[in-house]
Design a protein around this ligand. Structure first.
Ligand code: ZN
Length: 96
């Protein structure tokens, strides 16, 4: 879902992707509890847990590093060297 600037609109998109916590609260389809179905732990499945669940295929750190790598490659293919320098300047802070 994109906003009027043609940017990806996470806020609106996430409203259409409810977690078990939201489904349970809304009493949707007889959801019996708000716990994560992937790890089976007694963790409430909210957006924070979705990103940090230990049963995720990739960690959030791996996703961030891969995304930065791909974006830098994309900029390199376009010869956007100044943009690459900016990315590298803020890269470390962003990952932290
Ligand atoms: Zn989990």
């Amino acid at each position: 879902m994109y906003n009027f600037k043609k940017e990806f609109d996470w806020r609106s998109t996430l409203e259409f992707l409810p977690t078990y916590e939201v489904l349970y609260r809304r009493n949707t389809n007889k959801i019996e509890n708000d716990k994560c179905k992937r790890c089976g732990k007694e963790e409430k499945e909210d957006w924070e847990h979705i990103w940090l669940c230990e049963d995720n295929e990739f960690t959030i750190n791996e996703i961030v590093q891969e995304s930065i790598y791909r974006f830098e490659k994309y900029l390199k293919d376009l010869n956007q060297n100044e943009e690459i320098e900016i990315l590298r300047t803020y890269n470390f802070e962003f990952i932290r």
